[in-house]
Design a protein around this ligand. Structure first.
Ligand SMILES: Nc1nc2c([nH]c(=O)n2[C@H]2C[C@H](O)[C@@H](COP(=O)(O)OP(=O)(O)OP(=O)(O)O)O2)c(=O)[nH]1
Length: 334
């Protein structure tokens, strides 16, 4: 079974598919008691053939959508260097996945694990059907617990896990987090204010215009919030924040052209309903329009995933909390 995966990059690292040629380096790095003693499912000594088998199995699991185990590689001049591995394993029948990683001893102390694990976890929440990431670490593994905290997971309890290399069940700390915990800190843009000046202790109001595009079959277009934005991975109605001085219709015409490459006229935007939602740091006010006519064909201009969804299937798509009441109204209408 062959797998395909576009490498993920971070400031210093690349996360890519493991290749058969990585086996000797992988074996050298992992066949080290100081690495293996912290890992639950890895034997010690680590047989050389196991490196080949493991690499082949990562391709199978990735092709099946069961797990994404990747090589962490760094750059030493022009040479690529294997540093460790990081993986996400889907828990069957849930929207949860387990995060795991290890880093070769000579690369410890540089923040590699947090950089790689944080990147893969955020990618998973943005691109796979996941809502929660969990992990466990040996109770005495303070270094790894610190990594998980640094990427945004919080301790959720205690348990026990079998540690193969130690032939023992040992106490572990459980960690868990969702997209609100794991989103990389993205500075929140200044929300456009509806009325100025606002009383000093009131929440800023963010005005966002959104549109349900409806095709000839009565399907609704949803777009997936890309990695790096707050709530990455959730599905939403196309649209965005109003620029200063814009009307909601002008903002939508601009956003639909920028995001989807289509031309819509104000006359084709029918006001439908609105969301008024306490979003924590601001209050979101979002008029939702319906649009059945546009020019051009809908294309993902910003690399975002798009889905044309039948009204009775809208509930299968995880959406921001503000959208929930809108979806119910839309389903009743269509
Ligand atoms: N477009 C859209 N935004 C939504 C929906 N539901 C919901 O809570 N929001 C929130 C998410 C964000 O906090 C806000 C939209 O802001 P955004 O950052 O995506 O907007 P934008 O396209 O102007 O983004 P940017 O230029 O600042 O990157 O509204 C929805 O269905 N569609």
């Amino acid at each position: 079974m062959t797998a395909d995966f576009a490498p993920l990059r971070t400031e210093r690292l690349t996360l890519r598919l493991l290749q058969p040629e990585d086996a000797p380096d992988l074996h050298r790095l992992i066949n080290d008691w100081d690495v293996v003693r912290w890992l639950s499912r890895v034997p010690f000594p680590y047989p050389r053939e196991l490196a080949d088998e493991w690499i082949a199995s990562t391709h199978r699991q990735l092709a099946e959508g069961a797990a994404w185990h990747l090589a962490i590689v760094g750059q030493d001049g022009d040479t690529e260097v294997l540093v460790g591995c990081v993986g996400l394993t889907r828990q069957p029948e849930t929207r949860r996945a387990e995060l795991g990683y290890w880093v070769g001893r000579r690369f410890w102390g540089f923040g590699v694990a947090a950089e790689a694990a944080g990147r893969l976890a955020r990618w998973g929440l943005a691109h796979l059907d996941l809502d929660r990431i969990f992990a466990h670490v040996l109770e005495e593994n303070a270094r790894s617990a610190a990594v998980l905290r640094r990427i945004g997971l919080a301790e959720s309890g205690r348990g026990e896990a079998q540690f193969l290399a130690r032939s023992a069940k040992l106490p572990v700390l459980l960690f868990e987090g969702g997209r609100e915990d794991l989103t990389a800190p993205v500075p929140l843009p200044e929300p456009p204010l509806l009325a100025e000046p606002a009383p000093p202790d009131s929440k800023p109001m963010m005005l966002v215009a959104a549109c349900a595009l409806i095709d000839a079959d009565g399907r609704v277009l949803l777009a997936r919030r890309p990695e790096g934005k707050p709530m990455a991975g959730l599905w939403e109605f196309p649209g965005g924040k109003l620029d200063p001085g814009e009307t909601p219709e002008e903002a939508l015409i601009r956003e639909l052209r920028e995001e989807l490459g289509i031309d819509v006229s104000a006359a084709c935007l029918a006001p439908f309903t609105f969301a008024s939602h306490d979003a924590g740091r601001f209050h979101l006010l979002m008029p939702l329009y319906l649009c059945r006519r546009w020019e051009g064909s809908v294309t993902a201009r910003e690399g975002q995933a798009l889905a044309w969804v039948r009204p009775n299937k809208l509930a299968d798509y995880a959406m921001p909390p503000a959208d929930k009441p809108l979806v119910a109204l839309l389903r009743d209408l269509l």
